[in-house]
Design a protein around this ligand. Structure first.
Ligand SMILES: NC(=O)c1ccc[n+]([C@@H]2O[C@H](COP(=O)([O-])OP(=O)(O)OC[C@H]3O[C@@H](n4cnc5c(N)ncnc54)[C@H](O)[C@@H]3O)[C@@H](O)[C@H]2O)c1
Length: 340
């Protein structure tokens, strides 16, 4: 079974490659990635010579290349995206281009190479397409039938790509499956995202910038739990279905910050309150009952404090990795391998 993975040099994708090569030896992975600022081939340095792994440097907007790659694989796991909300507030255009048009390009390329619809296309999306939830009703959670109400340019571009993907199932009968997961944490996350940013700032002796009142809630999901859920949907899911993936692990940003400070042996004085993100969603929470009852998946690696401690330790132990990213030196690895 050969998988085309898009965006496999980013945070979730590189962990996906490692999980599949480790736990699913019957799969081969062809990773296509444009190596934008968040794509780092060094994330996969330890597996780049693995016989079941191949890398192609390319953009999902390149129809000709995507059509060629589709001929070589049995299924697609689509993770490539512009992924950072704050960047989408500064400039939404790359988000619409990659997330919406890129997804449409992949679907058209697959449709042409697979007229009998034998190949599965998993579209990896986010819980942010559902908008946000009130803080005062803990029983309310997102589920597969929650209407879309995205609030940021990022989440609206992901909602657009979800709708395009599902339209290709309804219109052409393609085997499209969508996953909507909550916030991931784990190794190799680009240090613009809150957990690696805070841990690495503290190691560097810098303060941690906490948005607004710190009451915004996220449901934290370990990246390996997420990737196992994606494999479960690939192996046991059904065409035209959406699956919500969560970690049963809701924390507000202030609690998260205190936990990181405690693990790192730092005090409250390292918190710097900063102006809130524009349009900051208050709370995300996932009801993953469908995935549990229909496909038998449950998170096993997301529980805190252990999973958070292990993640913090990874950044402490892998200082050269994140220093290369923060300083921009990781682009040299890229230039050495791929030129430019
Ligand atoms: N990180 C999270 O917490 C989270 C939560 C829910 C859903 N998601 C979704 O999971 C997927 C992966 O997220 P991530 O956190 O690993 O993101 P990331 O930014 O770390 O990685 C994205 C990867 O996509 C590649 N890419 C970007 N544009 C491309 C293009 N035009 N062509 C080919 N490759 C391109 C980048 O080079 C990078 O390697 C995204 O679709 C994101 O929307 C992420």
């Amino acid at each position: 079974m050969k998988l085309l993975l898009t965006g496999g040099s980013g945070f979730i994708g590189s962990n996906f490659v490692r999980v599949v090569l480790r736990d699913h030896p019957e799969y081969e992975i062809l990773n296509v990635d444009a190596l934008t600022y968040s794509g780092n081939p060094e994330n996969l340095a330890d597996v780049e010579d693995h016989p079941n792994y191949e890398f192609v440097h390319g953009n999902i907007l390149d129809m000709e290349l995507m059509s060629e790659l589709m001929q070589r694989v049995d299924a697609v796991v689509h993770m490539a995206a512009e992924s950072h909300v704050d960047r989408s507030i500064i400039d939404a255009r790359p988000f619409v281009e990659t997330n919406v048009l890129g997804t449409q390009t992949l679907l058209d390329a697959l449709r042409k190479s697979d007229p009998d619809n034998t190949k599965t296309f998993i579209h990896v999306s986010t819980d942010e397409v559902f908008g946000d939830l009130p803080l005062d009703d803990k029983d309310l959670k997102f589920h597969e039938d929650t209407p879309f109400a995205p609030s940021s340019p990022y989440s609206s571009s992901k909602a657009g790509s979800d709708l395009v993907a599902m339209a290709y199932h309804h219109t052409f009968g393609m085997d499209v499956r969508i996953t909507n997961c909550s916030n991931n944490f784990g190794a190799y996350q680009f240090p613009e995202k809150v957990i690696p940013l805070f841990v690495t700032n503290l190691i560097e002796g810098k303060k941690v910038p906490l948005y607004g009142d710190g009451q915004n809630v996220r449901d934290w999901l370990h990246v390996e739990d997420h990737n196992e859920a994606v494999m479960t949907v690939l192996e046991k899911g059904k065409a035209g279905e959406r699956y919500c993936i969560g970690g049963n692990n809701e924390r507000n940003n202030l609690e998260l910050t205190h936990s990181i400070l405690e693990i790192m042996g730092k005090g409250e004085e390292m918190i710097e309150r900063v102006t809130d993100r524009l349009g900051h969603d208050r709370r995300y929470a996932i009801d993953a009952t469908k995935l549990k009852t229909q496909l038998g998946w449950e998170p096993t690696r997301s529980a805190w404090p252990q999973a958070l401690e292990a993640t913090v330790k990874w950044y402490v132990d892998n200082e050269s990795w994140w220093r290369n990213v923060k300083s921009g030196a990781y682009r040299e690895y890229y230039a050495k391998q791929y030129g430019g």
